[in-house]
Ligand binder design. Structure first.
Ligand code: GLN
Length: 267
């Protein structure tokens, strides 16, 4: 069966895919290696991908990659899909890190934060911690893919139990941990339902990771260093309370949509 860009747009719109045109274009480009809005594509793989997307399976997992900051990342069901708002965490860290900084990225997932920072700041080096072996392997492949593997150390570990960083001191500890309240997780979009639950669920109040990270890893932050966290749009007050508890100052930075999104905690 032949299919055109317009056919795919129509099919996506029928299925309630929001950015039908943009997604149709990406699928054609990635699967057929070129894009034309007029051409008839005779390609079973394309048809299969369109139907898969119509089940609301994420486009990013279908094409197996996604773009974030200046890098391209391999993505699959073992990792959260890198999101534009997370680029702000990278931007903030990029500005705050001193020359030759060493930083840690906790709950690294695809590695998008650590790897983008290493790419933007060739003077820095990173330790990236991840709980799941397959996800850590993915992050390591992404470091290779973006030519920063020589400055990227992947550590397998559970940031919630004990201290996986030992006694090493970092200029910055950055993290986009799971922060969705458990009761909110089931209400998210169908697409998000295909992403790893462990990367989303931040416990009853969504704050488990922040509390534990600040408690367990403050000693790993240099005296004038900081934590840089991505937070939920409604978690600014909660993260301020976490900061208060450890006598830290807390600065909140907004995302592209004007929502509170990044918290910087420092002594
Ligand atoms: N650090 C990764 C990201 O920003 C993964 C985050 C997560 O799994 N909660 O996409």
């Amino acid at each position: 069966m032949r299919v055109t860009y317009t056919d795919i747009c129509r099919r996506f719109t029928e299925c309630g895919i929001e950015n039908a045109g943009g997604e149709a274009r990406i699928l054609i480009e990635e699967i057929c290696g070129e894009f034309s809005s007029e051409k008839d594509y005779l390609c079973d793989q394309l048809l299969f991908a369109v139907e898969k997307r119509c089940t609301h399976y994420p486009l990013q997992y279908i094409i197996g990659k996604w773009w974030f900051c200046r890098c391209e990342f391999e993505v699959n069901e073992d990792c959260l899909i890198p999101r534009p708002d997370t680029e702000i965490a990278v931007e903030v860290a990029q500005k705050l890190m001193p020359q030759n900084a060493r930083f840690a990225d906790l709950c690294t997932g695809s590695g998008c934060i650590a790897i983008s920072l290493l790419d933007l700041r060739p003077d820095t080096s990173a330790v990236a911690v991840e709980l799941f072996p397959k996800t850590l392997e993915l992050a390591k492949r992404n470091a290779e893919r973006n030519n920063v593997a020589d400055r990227f150390v992947g550590v397998l570990g559970d940031v919630l139990s004990g201290n996986v960083l030992g006694d090493e001191i970092f200029d910055v500890i950055v993290s986009n941990p799971p922060y969705i309240r458990s009761d909110v997780v089931p209400t998210l979009s169908k697409e998000v339902g295909f992403e790893p639950l462990a990367a989303l669920d931040g416990g009853e109040d969504g704050m488990i990771f922040y509390r534990r990270i600040v408690e367990a890893y403050l000693e790993n932050v240099s005296y004038d260093g900081c934590f840089i966290f991505e937070i939920g749009y409604d978690q600014a007050e909660d993260i301020k309370a976490v900061a208060d508890n450890s006598s830290l100052k807390c600065e909140i930075i907004k995302d592209f949509g004007g929502n509170d999104r990044i918290a910087v905690l420092r002594r």
